[in-house]
Structures are given as structure tokens and as C-alpha cells.
Design a protein around this ligand. Sequence first.
Ligand SMILES: Cc1cc2nc3c(=O)[nH]c(=O)nc-3n(C[C@H](O)[C@H](O)[C@H](O)COP(=O)(O)O)c2cc1C
Length: 198
Amino acid sequence: MNFSYKKVNQLIKSRRSTKPRYFNGEKIADEIVWQILENAGWAPTHGLTQPWRFKVFTDDGLKKLASFQADLYQKLTPEDNFKPEKYARMKTNILNSSHVVVICMERQKSEKIPEIEEIEAVACSVQNMTLTAAAYGICSFWGSGGVTYTQELKDFLGLGEKDLCLGYLYLGYSDRPATLSRRDPIQEKVDWINSVNS
Ligand SMILES: Cc1cc2nc3c(=O)[nH]c(=O)nc-3n(C[C@H](O)[C@H](O)[C@H](O)COP(=O)(O)O)c2cc1C
């Protein structure tokens, strides 16, 4: 198969995270979200365990998730640390989205594959989703703030003891141009070994 490497390069570089507060409320067709999820399922996976599990919240489901997480934030935060604007944001980030894909990892029963590899596989699946979204002109944001790593969220999502929640992928459309981002030259992160003496 022959893909346009130029287009792939362009897609990867132009993918940008857009914060949900910049979403415009427009709904993504469910069929497109299913295509995004379909592509998530083609991520690499050691032993074909396919550890990714996704809980998709949309329509009134967004209200369910928003209320749950804002109330949990209030419950877990000592009164003198509680920030009303954070409480509000915990709702609006979700309610501004068209769909929120809660990213989960289901631990293999035998635990044969190291846990880190299962997390890596799920991270790859998320990148498949963000790239697919970008190709459709859909904005995405992977966030792990707030209550992501709490036991209460795991219970709410029905996760098993050894499963993990790895954050939310917020999806929506935006009228704003994507926020700029930057990366260090990749050469700074690469050791290139091409001789026995390198
Ligand atoms: C696992 C993971 C969790 C993240 N959680 C947050 C978060 O909670 N809040 C935040 O501002 N950015 C978070 N980010 C970073 C953004 O998703 C985004 O990648 C970053 O702002 C860089 O923007 P860019 O993707 O457009 O280059 C997270 C990224 C990853 C990979």
C-alpha cells in the first residue's frame, strides 16, 4: 500500500490539542466517533491483549460524568483548598465537549504482559484517536487532571481492581485556530549509533 508520506507527516505535525473551553458546542456525528474508536483498536498491542477500554459519554451522559466528577472533587478537597472556579471547570470542560472518551486499561487476567506495556498500548490507541480526529477537523484534548486517578472514578466506571483510568479524551469542534505548540529539535533526544565506537 502506498500512502502519501507528505500527508502523514503533515497530519502528525498539525495535530494540536485544543482545550475543551474553546469548543463551540457543535456535535460530532456518532459515526465519526465510532471511526475514531475503530482506529484506536488498531494500535500495537503485545500478545494481542488489546487492553484499551473506552467509556464514551455524550448527550445527557455528559451531565452524568460532569456532576460526578465535580461532586467528587468537592468531596475529596479540604474546605480551605476548595476552589469554586475549579469545581465549575470540572463541569464545563465536559459539558462543552461533544463526546468525552474516558481512556481505560483493562489488566490482563494472567498478568503475563508487563503492566507498563499495556499502558503503552493504550497510549498508542489514544494517539490513533487524536490523529484520526485531526484528519476529520475535530479537536481533541487528552487531560488527566482532577479526579482521574481516584478509586471513586474507577468504581464509577466499573473498573476492576487492577484496571486503570488514564484520563479523558475530550472531543469537539472549535472556531478558534489551534493553539500553537512547540517541540525541541528531535536531534536533541536521539542518540544515533552507527559504529562500534559510537
Ligand atoms: C497522559 C497525558 C495527560 C495529560 N494531561 C493533561 C492535563 O491534565 N492538563 C493539561 O493541561 N495537559 C495535559 N496533557 C497535555 C495535553 O494533552 C497536550 O498534549 C499538551 O498541551 C501539548 O499540546 P499539543 O498536543 O497540542 O502539542 C496531557 C498529556 C498526556 C499525554
